[in-house]
Design a binder for this molecule. Structure first.
Ligand code: CP
Ligand code: NVA
Length: 308
């Protein structure tokens, strides 16, 4: 059974197939009316559970729409309304849901919840973000880069700011898709050492550079994310902002990257904090393509999970 837990734990050839499949499905839909079903209905008769223990706009809507386009049905469940965390084990929840639905997507806090869910489920489980990673986002980001600039292999990506969950999935992708990644941010917020080691073990050149201007030299892609993630304590907000302010992506920083460098942000963004509006709305920004491609990439992920 194909669970989609992380980019690091998924076969590299399968990841490549999913990106190519997503692009083919996007092309096939071009010109069709928004909301119209796909000609193929690979999820006909299938039910998908979308579980959210944290807020979401993109993940929630793109999964829901993706299931419907493919002829399936979905139900969005809020973790707070379920018995999750009220005494019933994650494993028992997974066994029960497996009797009703064909596929489970879960957004949660501790990655151990996702692990427990996938260990016990008898249907595929997809990671819709945990405190540790966000693989669906980076599948969409790889797809987006390649749509604009061709193969991502051998390119230089610069991650700015907090070495968080999204950064970890970028490191996994660096290893699996063969690109280099430079992290620039304060040492207190360095990326997870195991994720850096994973990327390096696959041959990716991973650098840590404290000076953001030096980091972006030669960059093909500059990436930012929020300075305070959903799993971070709000009490840490001011301290994090003070540490991260020198890493804001503004026009001056973008000018230090390659002339054709792209800018990405998984969204939601905080304009004027991790990135200026000038960059977000500027010609190098592909943020809304990233958001759209969540839909196409996740359709390919779901089809891979279900083998349809
Ligand atoms: N990028 C992303 O996952 O957005 P949501 O939190 O809105 O789902
Ligand atoms: N790092 C952010 C990503 C949101 C999509 C968070 O975890 O809140």
């Amino acid at each position: 059974m194909n669970h989609f837990i992380d980019i690091s734990t998924t076969d590299a050839a399968d990841l490549r197939h999913m990106i190519d499949h997503a692009r083919a499905m996007k092309d096939a839909r071009a010109g069709r009316t928004k909301g119209a079903p796909d000609d193929e209905q690979p999820l006909a008769g299938r039910m998908v559970a979308l579980i959210f223990e944290k807020p979401s706009t993109r993940t929630r809507v793109s999964f829901d729409v993706g299931v419907r386009q493919m002829g399936g049905q979905s139900m969005v469940l809020s973790g707070a309304d379920m018995q999750l965390g009220h005494g019933e084990t994650i494993a028992d929840t997974a066994r029960v849901l497996s009797r009703y639905v064909d596929l489970i997507m879960i957004r949660t806090f501790d990655p151990s919840v996702l692990q427990e869910m996938s260990d016990a489920a008898s249907v595929p489980v997809i990671n819709g973000l945990t405190d540790a990673s966000h693989p669906c986002q980076i599948m969409a980001d790889v797809m987006t880069f390649e749509e604009h600039r061709g193969p991502i292999a051998g390119k230089k990506v610069v991650w700015t700011g907090d070495g968080n969950n999204v950064c970890s999935s970028f490191l996994h992708a660096a290893g699996q898709f063969g690109f280099d990644l430079t992290f620039t941010g304060p040492s207190q917020l360095d990326p997870n050492a195991d994720d850096v080691a994973f990327a390096r073990s696959k041959g990716a050149n991973i650098l840590i550079e404290r000076d953001p201007m030096a980091a972006v030299a030669g960059a093909d892609l500059v990436v930012a994310d929020t300075w305070v993630s959903m799993h971070d304590a709000q009490s840490a907000r001011e301290r994090r902002h003070n540490m991260l302010r020198p890493y804001q992506v503004d026009a001056r920083l973008m000018a230090g990257a390659n002339d054709d460098a792209l800018f990405m942000h998984c969204l939601p963004a905080h304009r004027g904090e991790e990135v200026t509006s000038e960059v977000m709305d500027g010609p190098q920004s592909v943020i809304f393509d990233e958001a759209e491609n969540r839909l196409h990439a996740q359709k390919a992920v779901m089809r891979w999970c279900l083998g349809v």
